[in-house]
Design a binder for this molecule. Sequence first.
Ligand code: ASP
Ligand code: MG
Length: 411
Amino acid sequence: MAIQVLKFGGSSVADPERIGRVAEVVVQRRREGHDVVVVVSAMGRTTDQLLDLARQINPNPSTRELDMLLSVGERTTTALMAMALQRLGQEAVSLTGSQCGILTNASHSHARIIEIRPFRVWDELEAGRVVVVAGYQGTSYKREITTLGRGGSDTTAVALAAALGAERCEIWSDIEGVYTADPRVVLDAGRLQELSYEEMLDLSRFGAKVLNAEAVEFARRAGIVIYTRSSVDPSLPGSVIRANPPAEPRAVTGVACRRPVTAVEWPPGDGAGLEAVQEVLRERALVPDFVTGTATGIAWMVFSESANPGLGTVLGEVLAGTRAGVRPGLATVTAVGDVAAHEDLRTRMLPCLEELGGQVLAMFLSPVAITLLVEGGVADLVTRRVHRWLLGEGVPPVRDGSGGTNVPGMR
Ligand code: ASP
Ligand code: MG
């Protein structure tokens, strides 16, 4: 029988009733004759709550103990999901990442999957059971429990799908597809029917939460097609992420927002503290999301707060006594697209920048993205503005008189 891997995010399994609904979807798939592997996230906001709990005990907890704690969130869901399936008369078994043979490196809190030996999963499927897998976790060669970074259940699902040679991998959440921006923030954001791995990868890297970037990378390497679905309304069409989708190439794929981010800001010409910061990064094997500098040194370094819990505090400590400042609670708003091939995109951002004025703390350019660093409180507003200027209805003509009133390839 062909194997299907179905992954359900935190909102899809937030309470007993929703777990029950997911169980029904799974039983239906079994009836259609598929072997089903279910990958689940922690219920609702469990991971955040566990993190809060840890911080109340110790503001700078060790990442090893954090992994022991956070991995419990997903384990809870697996056992409950297996019970829900059994109640419907479907044989099911819950397994941890470790029991599924998910081997990772030893980088606690952002471990990478090195190898999967899914023997136990095969055996259970063979015995006719639905296998319910705890996402977001594995075990290192030192037999330590590791977690894969926030949103890491997606990675578990895609990596397992690849290891099992699954026919498909579906990612179920409360939003049915990938949009040109978070539809809860930009009301007229459009659903992208099909995307290439590269487009999705860039959106995810710059903060789109629909899919974890590492998962997309896995899918690309293994050629796994990803389908997104809504657990609120399974009848809605989702998005398909695959190699070379038939759609025309786009200038702008969408606008992504990452929040909160922490930035370190150095005053012009004063790089004091940079060495100490680099030492912290080396210790944690961390790379900043963005770095910008001037002829006299580094100006900004930006890190995702959720991917690096506690980092802001540590940086604050090592920078004490210098003029560099740690600024938590910021956000990055990124227009993702083929900037390299569409020189005009930068020009098109100018009126937007003018409109936003002093709200933009820094701007980062790359061949695939234009990113604005802003205060967390204005991130939604900036996202809406950038979306309107680059993708929205009635986009004003570019100022250099080069014509075009809209970005090629967009709705
Ligand atoms: N529960 C983890 C998180 O909240 C992993 C996941 O949901 O994929 O980030
Ligand atoms: Mg997720």
